[in-house]
Design a protein around this ligand. Structure first.
Ligand code: AMP
Length: 371
């Protein structure tokens, strides 16, 4: 479907066209008209399907038409806050909406000053937003729409209480939109309590996209690094993302790769200061780094376009994390390849679906992932 077929204002159509989008994606086609009607939505959609533009365009139409005052977009990570703000700014340019982001790892005083100016949409991570509320710098009653982006990840990261507090502080009369790649018990609880009339929209199956080809390689734990080296040499010139489980693992892997002669290697892990994380991400996006070694910090929601190969050096903790990881490739119909290194003799991941032999999910997961 073309955007012109949606009943959008002339200004929005011009803005979307200027940004370079012509055809809607499935999630955009199905959600934008409903967001424009003011409906509450719970949207389950795989990563990379165009969720950000879906809520950005829907909100832009309502704000520009004077049906919403201000909206808040809650995101789990700082990187995602920056990315969502960038896309929203691009898409809302003709309307001249002001989108502002607040997230941790950057000075709060600067953000407090900026917040005194006018803005239409605030993109925020839950912790920093609550920090601002506690300092009396944020009046939550001014927002009459909220988007919970990557809601499953927000809950996984331990933000459940923060998210509930934020929802409690907002006006009861509001529009709520929840986007998530998985709808699990935590999400269902939020939806029952805060969005009882929401419509559930499900896009596609909870499975890897069809353009992603996965390969499993069984390897001895002691041989794993040399296998990785072979794989990287074989795929020389491609944009490669290597997932390791721990921050230390990521640091060690980067060091060993550099020692082995790979010189365009970057890393992304949660202990790095925010400016450094953004810098590495930009270098990787722009082609200055061909290999990025990362923890699951990079697994969700990040638009790193044209990743050709993902190597799971350490297996993901659970199926959802695995799907998020591999969602970094094969985006928007492109081809992508995933190589999973399986070590029968290596340490096993400690995930939430792996809590003992009596746990049904654990058995299902093991069967599914072919271990
Ligand atoms: P998201 O699901 O929001 O992470 O979006 C995935 C990628 O798709 C991003 O790189 C977007 O810029 C791109 N994208 C979203 N909507 C469209 C569209 N209608 N046409 C072309 N690209 C799009």
């Amino acid at each position: 479907m073309k955007f012109v077929e949606l009943k959008l204002s002339e200004k929005s159509l011009r803005s979307i066209k200027n940004y370079g989008y012509e055809e809607t994606t499935e999630v955009q086609k199905r959600t934008i008209p409903k967001i424009m009607e003011g409906r509450d939505l719970i949207v389950r959609s795989q990563t990379g399907t165009g969720k950000t533009a879906a809520f950005s365009i829907g909100l832009m139409e309502r704000i520009a038409a004077g049906k919403l005052c201000k909206a808040i977009v809650l995101v789990p990570t700082r990187e995602l806050a920056v990315q969502v703000t960038k896309e929203m700014n691009g898409l809302c340019q003709v309307h001249q909406l002001r989108i502002y982001a607040v997230y941790g790892g950057t000075p709060i005083t600067k953000q407090m000053r900026e917040l005194k100016k006018h803005y239409d949409v605030l993109v925020a991570t839950p912790g920093r937003l609550l920090d601002l509320v506690r300092r009396d710098k944020m009046d939550m009653s001014q927002f009459n729409a909220i988007v919970l982006d990557e809601a499953d990840h927000m809950l996984d990261m331990g933000f459940q209480n923060d998210v509930l507090s934020i929802l409690d502080m907002m006006p009861a009369e509001r529009q709520s939109l929840l986007f998530s790649a998985t709808i699990d018990e935590g999400i269902k609880k939020i939806s029952l309590r805060y969005m009882p009339d929401a419509e559930l929209i499900t896009i596609g199956e909870m499975a890897p996209v069809s353009t992603v080809h996965e390969q499993k390689i069984e390897v001895q734990f002691s041989e794993r690094f040399s296998k990785l080296r072979d794989i990287l040499n074989l795929h020389n010139g491609m944009k490669i993302l290597v997932f390791a489980r721990t921050k230390r693992g990521v640091m060690g892997l980067k060091r060993r790769l550099e020692k082995s002669g790979f010189n365009e290697v970057g890393m992304l892990q949660g202990d790095m200061p925010q400016p450094r994380r953004l810098k590495v991400l930009n270098q990787y996006r722009e082609g200055g780094l061909s290999i990025l070694v990362a923890t699951n910090v990079a697994a969700r929601g990040l638009h790193i376009d044209d990743v050709n190969l993902i190597v799971n050096y350490d297996e993901a903790e659970d199926k959802e994390t695995h799907l998020h990881r591999i969602g970094r490739t094969g985006r928007m119909g492109r081809e992508g390849k995933v190589i999973n290194l399986l070590c029968a003799d290596g340490p096993k991941p400690q995930g939430r679906h792996r809590c003992g032999p009596r746990n049904v999910h654990s058995r299902q997961h093991n069967r599914h992932s072919g271990r």
